[in-house]
Write a protein that binds this ligand. Structure first.
Ligand code: HEM
Length: 226
């Protein structure tokens, strides 16, 4: 039997959508700075890119705090269980109406492929973009007092690394937009990230440990995992 389960809490949804907006703005302004598109005008694009970049860093700080205080970081621990089955599903099964090999639960929201990809984004791609972006901003800072700590002679290496990071993130977003349509219905994943609720199998067969033992709420009456 399936029922409406509260799977994405309010901060998680806020973080997800803010991140989506900021990355979209950073990509649009970044590629204007790069010279690929023209929309805001170069000067405005630089100003908006800087504002969005600082906002993104603030959001990341809050998200790190939230992940550690709620125990949600455990969701991203990679696992080889069902990895092959999940790959087969995306390559073949999905086109033959095969069932999803991994069951989504409050304690395990991500399938094994998502765990690897999201962890890679968190510990590799996003840090690369943020660090190269900050180096790009401050590579000649501070100079007023002649402490030329970061006085590297060309900004080019940072621009290249930053742009590679941007392409990786955009590749992820393209795949992500396709994959969100592959839930139990084409819009079920999207609805869940908007409302917090998703229709899931009524199974409580996972062992609840530590801070990951999150409250499991039904739409009508509150309920706790035991
Ligand atoms: C905290 C995060 C970020 C920081 C601190 C940052 C910082 C910067 C800075 C300082 C520049 C150079 C602006 C100038 O020339 O005046 C830049 C350029 C750029 N940024 Fe970002 N950025 C961040 C995130 C992103 C993201 C998420 C994307 C794309 C998804 C992105 C894409 C680009 C691109 C494509 C360029 C142009 C590179 C070039 O060809 O020179 N940035 N960024």
């Amino acid at each position: 039997m399936s029922k409406q389960i509260y799977i994405y809490r309010s901060f998680e949804r806020f973080w997800h959508w803010m991140q989506a907006i900021l990355i979209f703005l950073l990509a649009a302004t970044g590629f204007e700075i790069h010279g690929t598109i023209t929309f805001f005008g170069y000067k405005n694009a630089v100003t908006y890119h800087n504002i969005a970049a600082y906002s993104f860093i603030v959001l990341i700080v809050f998200a790190i705090f939230w992940h550690f205080t709620t125990g949600e970081w455990r969701q991203y621990m990679p696992s080889r269980k069902n990895l092959r089955a999940q790959m087969d599903f995306y390559l073949l099964g999905i086109f033959r109406n095969a069932p999803h090999p991994t069951k989504k639960t409050v304690l395990s929201k991500l399938n094994p492929l998502q765990k690897i990809v999201y962890l890679g984004l968190k510990i590799l791609v996003i840090p690369i973009i943020v660090i190269s972006g900050l180096m790009y901003m401050f590579y000649r800072y501070p100079q007023g007092s002649s402490i030329e700590v970061l006085n590297i002679h060309s900004v080019e290496p940072f621009a290249i690394v930053h742009t590679i990071g941007a392409f990786l993130l955009i590749a992820f977003i393209v795949a992500h937009l396709y994959l969100i349509t592959t839930g139990s219905t084409p819009t079920s994943n999207l609805k869940a990230m908007i409302t917090g609720y998703e229709e899931l199998e009524d199974e409580h067969d996972e062992k609840v440990t530590g801070a990951a033992a999150l409250p499991l709420r039904k739409k009508t009456e509150p309920e706790t995992l035991s």
